[in-house]
Design a protein around this ligand. Sequence first.
Ligand code: ZN
Length: 274
Amino acid sequence: MQFIDPHVHMVSRTTDDYERMARMGCVAVSEPAFWAGFDRGSVDGFRDYFRQLTEFEPQRAGWSGLTHFTWLCINAKEAENVELSREVIRMIPEYIDRTGVLGIGEIGLNKNTKNEAITFSEHLELASKLEELILIHTPHLQDKYKGTRMIIDMLHEHSEIDPGRVCIDHVEEHTVGLAKEGGFWCGMTLYPTTKCTPARAADIIEMWGDERIMVNSAGDWGPSNPLAVPDFIQEMRKRGHSQAKIRKIVYENPLEFFRQCRRFQFDGPAAADA
Ligand SMILES: [Zn+2]
């Protein structure tokens, strides 16, 4: 089955991974800007990163026939440096209109600190001013519920931001309701160690339905699996869910969300061979 991985950090993956994803049916990836594993020292480090995301990665994805989309921001893990964060936020407009850029992300909170909240809020102001889609990272494990609540409260303070243009990612059983009831899109991340397993993601779909929800691998430089979406497809098949329902979650839903971006362009495969 053809699928889209709507959250995967391909700069950390090999060209073989692109090839394996393509063989499993992946037709497009969307890559949020994130933490490189070390704090970058200057705004120029982000300039180079944004060039990599908008120039080289689309080309490398294309070698395997995949379409590459991306999101720009400074990640919450680097947001403690408010001065650098401000420089990056001021620089984002230089890159935002490039082909394949879907919006601002993944922004949000990590340890729920004051500086993270300042940087998150300034990203929201930029996204609102430029009318961009927003992709939200929610914190891990013990910080997740509190962080998700804080994020949603801050989003509500921006009443001009339409929740239908925001995706709250890494939702789990205890946070999916907060996002759904707020009218937001949701992303479920399938990680081998933390976050959801394919079975938990399928349980969540069975409880909450298949509207405004997608699944991703969030593959990156840590323990992760860029073929996690096919694992979810297999889990859903074993449970007897229809092809149409599975396809909606792994293909049509991400497209429906992305299509709201004014720059969005995608010549997807025809439904007949999907
Ligand atoms: Zn991520």
